[in-house]
Design a protein around this ligand. Structure first.
Ligand code: ATR
Length: 281
């Protein structure tokens, strides 16, 4: 990498960010397209200070992660309507006005696109049915993306009231855990942290019910092969691992920042390679 005065600056702000996979993914993409740019992780306490600093330093764009996806709203000059509807921003683009050198901050959300693109590779979304586990920020983005693509979405969550709230916000269906045995759908998505290390023996649904679904997607990527995906494979379902949504939301960010078509294969390989390295530490 040849860093010089023309190197475009990208990064991720969050707290913590030490384990983020975004730097390897975006740096691999920049390198593959011979773009003179670099993407760095930045641990940030104060979003206000960070935005001022990033603008002053000439950053082109950053990813936003937990816990700043909502607090960033106060520091934007323009908000993408979908990000506004979802209530979370995961991507910033800084634009400098050539006349007065003033930098404006634009906020987007690409999480909803990530989920939808990951699934669209494997199933026709229009008129498909989906059962989405969870009612947090990830569930909101996934449910929104699918609903907008014409999927009939039902959400189910440990805390039922939160699922009811999400369903009424989106205008989609709601299910209780006690309904699970009677639900059939083309798509099942886990957006909860169930099955993530260290609780790798946990899953959101009894394996005997997995035959009621065709495609099963998990957004957990540590481990990559969750109990849910392993059992879904055994039942003959198509499975989509947690790197898929991460990859596609990152690809959409890359396109916003560079205007170039993201090198998906390179980005996916970089993510897989990094996960392997971490497993062997
Ligand atoms: P995110 O923004 O990543 O979605 P979040 O807002 O903390 O994170 O949401 C986490 C989701 O995982 C919630 O739906 C949570 O269920 P509750 O609303 O009942 O808390 C779900 N979740 C986390 N641990 C869980 C567990 N052990 N069993 C079932 N659901 C769980």
């Amino acid at each position: 990498m040849n860093i010089n005065g023309k190197t475009a600056l990208y990064g991720i702000i969050g707290n913590p960010v030490g384990h983020s996979l975004s730097p390897v993914m975006h740096n691999a993409a920049l390198k593959a397209l011979s773009i003179n740019g670099v993407y760095v992780p930045m641990n940030v306490e104060s979003v206000a200070n960070a935005v001022t600093g990033l603008k002053e330093l000439g950053f082109n764009g950053v990813s936003i992660t937990i816990p700043h996806k909502e607090t960033i709203f106060d520091f934007l000059d323009w908000i993408d309507p979908v990000a506004e509807r979802i209530g979370a921003v995961n991507t910033l683009l800084f634009q400098k006005n050539a006349e007065d050198n003033l930098v404006t901050t634009h906020g987007f959300n690409t999480d909803w696109l990530g989920a939808r693109m990951a699934l669209a590779d494997h199933v026709t979304l229009k008129n498909a049915r989906a059962l989405v586990f969870g009612a947090g920020g990830a569930a909101k983005a996934v449910a929104y993306g699918l609903h907008e693509a014409g999927v009939k979405v039902q959400v189910v969550n440990r805390t039922e009231d939160k699922a009811r709230e999400l369903a009424s916000w989106l205008g989609c269906g709601f299910a209780s855990y006690s309904d699970l045995a009677s639900i059939q759908a083309e798509i099942l998505v886990n957006t909860t942290s169930v099955g993530m290390v260290p609780n790798i023996d946990e899953t959101v649904i009894p394996p005997e019910l997995l035959g009621n679904f065709e495609v099963v997607m998990d957004i957990v990527y540590a481990p990559l092969q969750t109990r849910l995906l392993r059992e879904a494979s055994q039942k003959g379902c198509i499975v989509i691992d947690g790197l898929a949504m991460l990859l596609y939301q990152g690809a959409a960010q890359f396109e916003i920042w560079t205007g170039q078509r993201p090198p998906l294969n390179v980005m996916r390989e970089a993510l897989e390679h990094e996960l392997l390295l971490r497993e062997n530490i």
